[in-house]
Ligand binder design. Sequence first.
Ligand SMILES: C[S@@+](CC[C@H](N)C(=O)[O-])C[C@H]1O[C@@H](n2cnc3c(N)ncnc32)[C@H](O)[C@@H]1O
Length: 244
Amino acid sequence: MPERPRPANARPEASQRPSEPDPKWVAELTGMTVEKAGSAIQEASDDRGLAGAIQTSHRSAGRDYYAQIRAPFELYALVRLMRPQHVVEVGVSSGVSSAYLLRAIKKNEMGKLHSIDLPKVQRHQVFTEAEDSPVALPVGKGSGWAVPPGLRAGWDLRIGPSEQVLPMVASELQRIDLFLHDSLHTFEHATFEFQTVDPKVPSGGVVLADNTDWLGGALDQYAVSKGTHAIYRKGIDLGGVRKP
Ligand SMILES: C[S@@+](CC[C@H](N)C(=O)[O-])C[C@H]1O[C@@H](n2cnc3c(N)ncnc32)[C@H](O)[C@@H]1O
């Protein structure tokens, strides 16, 4: 993916920090009221145990931050409100998005997360700004290593390039209710992922993409091909398409 060189243990740039949650975005993507979306976001925000566990893991690996999803509470809220059978995400890295998706699935007492990651591992024992990607894993850690053990039961985590693994996952599933692209952020790759999952996304299903500023309009193009438009979260380049 395009590099954003910065030390993983530095304070995140303003544009990368989790920002004020956006219940309106969740409401628009789910067809629920802003009040319901706000309550679901609040539930995630109140879960201090999960945020604390992730932070403790990161600090144990010498980091405060990496290039993780900037709207984890909204991911949680989408799952709580949509009650999906199958959620698919591509791009796990240390596992912040996975942890919030899994937490919501556990709370729903239904559904399954299928995650795909082709990990990068940092080159040196200590993260170096010049040589490492902000999504690199600490030495000795695997994809999703920061996901708390209590959330891992039933998690379908597959390691490999999505070019190979995503078509297999899609062929195995009858439906994909919620999809998140957070892997290689190019027009071609994002378009490949959207086209691969689309036949399994039902009406009312949601396709999300992070870092849309790097996608050359791939999410908008996908939306238009479905006769709709992408909806963007306030403040950051995270977008979603609710399939008509
Ligand atoms: C931005 S990080 C994901 C962050 C994660 N969603 C989170 O919130 O913590 C992107 C991840 O996608 C992985 N990746 C890059 N290209 C990929 C590909 N072709 N297939 C699968 N994973 C890929 C990267 O190595 C990295 O682990």
